[in-house]
Design a protein around this ligand. Structure first.
Ligand code: SF4
Length: 359
């Protein structure tokens, strides 16, 4: 199909930083991040989850470092996994320094709870010679008291003012390897805050809607908040936050990027919602095919349609497609009819045909 040109916002120009080998900002592809939910002190479980995230396409993985034991474990985990790791630190700047010394590829701190400007300075003194970037993570739930008193509520303006104060602190210390996040569980507050900050500073922005909720509600909130911003050209990397398996976060992230035409990873499935005209067990076929092809990085269009109303049209536009009929499906390869397939063999044939196409 011919690409369609939309009135997409001009990509905002930002400075380039690197998290390990992954470039962020400065025209680099939008990078996908996630965060482990294992206990970082449990090295085996955390290594396993980092690997699962990496296999799903996660390019940067963040780990919580709540104490010195976790900082020690971080070093071992780092030596055993492929993706760059970011250490997420609250309250204790010594943990940030420990993580840096254990090879962290980046830090995420909230300067408001790390112990004041002196603590930030101590972290920067270690991070600067290593050229290790730091994310300034502003969160609507933990804004400085004086800013909350001024704005009464954690408004987008309050979040931006807090971010600008922290940026000045880092700049005064001569450190510019930073990216910024402004997270709120309110989607439109998040959008407004990032829009405002993008006009004020050219540091790369890490997008996210925090505490977004469960798989369904969280996916919708993230897709709308992050989707609006990326469509406007704002944002250089992001994490989808879900109260679910973090691998789901990565899958949702790539679906957001795909829907916006920004990046493609894995097959694109076009399947109908089914209705009273459907004459095959479409849900089972789609589930089986999607599961069997989940490891594929290439992104062919695979249409699986329930009947002959819209089925042949969609199947013809896909790389591989099938339109269901009574007890069988009509197979299409690259737009051309390729014979009838019995219903019980539909999933197997689709999987084989897609593999032949991409492997
Ligand atoms: S393709 Fe057929 S079965 Fe699927 S929703 Fe449309 S009319 Fe219903």
């Amino acid at each position: 199909m011919e690409p369609v040109e939309y009135q997409r916002g001009q990509k905002r120009e930002t400075r380039r930083i690197h998290v390990g080998p992954v470039p962020i900002g400065g025209g680099a592809p939008i990078a996908v991040q996630s965060m482990t939910n294992t206990d970082t002190r449990d090295v085996e479980s955390t290594v396993r989850q980092v690997q699962e995230l990496y296999d799903a396409g996660c390019e940067i993985v963040r780990l919580a470092i709540p104490d010195q034991e976790a900082a020690e474990a971080f070093g071992e985990i780092k030596s055993r996994v492929k993706p760059p790791l970011i250490a997420d630190i609250h309250f204790d700047h010594r943990l940030a320094i420990a993580a840096l010394n254990k090879g962290a590829d980046g830090l995420r701190i909230n300067p408001g709870n790390i112990g004041g400007p002196k603590a930030v300075e101590k972290i920067i003194r270690v991070a600067a010679p290593m050229e290790t970037p730091i994310r300034i993570g502003v969160n609507a739930g933990s804004l400085p008291k004086k800013i909350l008193e001024k704005y009464k509520h954690p408004t987008p303006e309050a979040m931006v003012e807090s971010a600008l104060e922290y940026i000045r602190l880092f700049e005064d210390l001569g450190f510019k390897e930073i990216k910024i996040s402004l997270k709120s569980s309110n989607v439109m507050h998040t959008v407004s805050a990032y829009e405002q900050l993008s006009r004020e500073a050219d540091y790369p922005l890490h997008l996210g809607v925090t505490e977004a909720g469960t798989l369904i509600s969280g996916t919708v909130k993230n897709a709308i908040g992050i989707g609006i911003l990326l469509f406007k050209g704002i944002g250089d990397t992001f994490r989808v936050s879900l109260c679910s398996d973090p691998v789901e976060e990565v899958k949702v992230a790539y679906e957001i990027l795909r829907a916006l035409g920004l990046r493609h990873r894995g097959p694109e499935f076009i399947s109908c919602p089914t209705c009273g005209r459907c004459e095959i067990d479409l849900f089972d076929v789609v589930t089986e095919v999607e599961k069997a092809l989940s490891h594929i990085k290439a992104s062919p269009r695979v249409a699986i349609m329930g009947c002959v109303v819209n089925g042949p049209g969609e199947a013809r536009e896909a790389d591989i497609g099938i339109a269901g009929g009574r007890g069988h499906g009509l197979l299409f390869k690259k737009g051309k009819p390729a014979g009838k397939v019995p219903e019980r063999e539909m999933a197997k044939v689709l999987i084989e045909e897609v593999k032949k196409l991409v492997e």
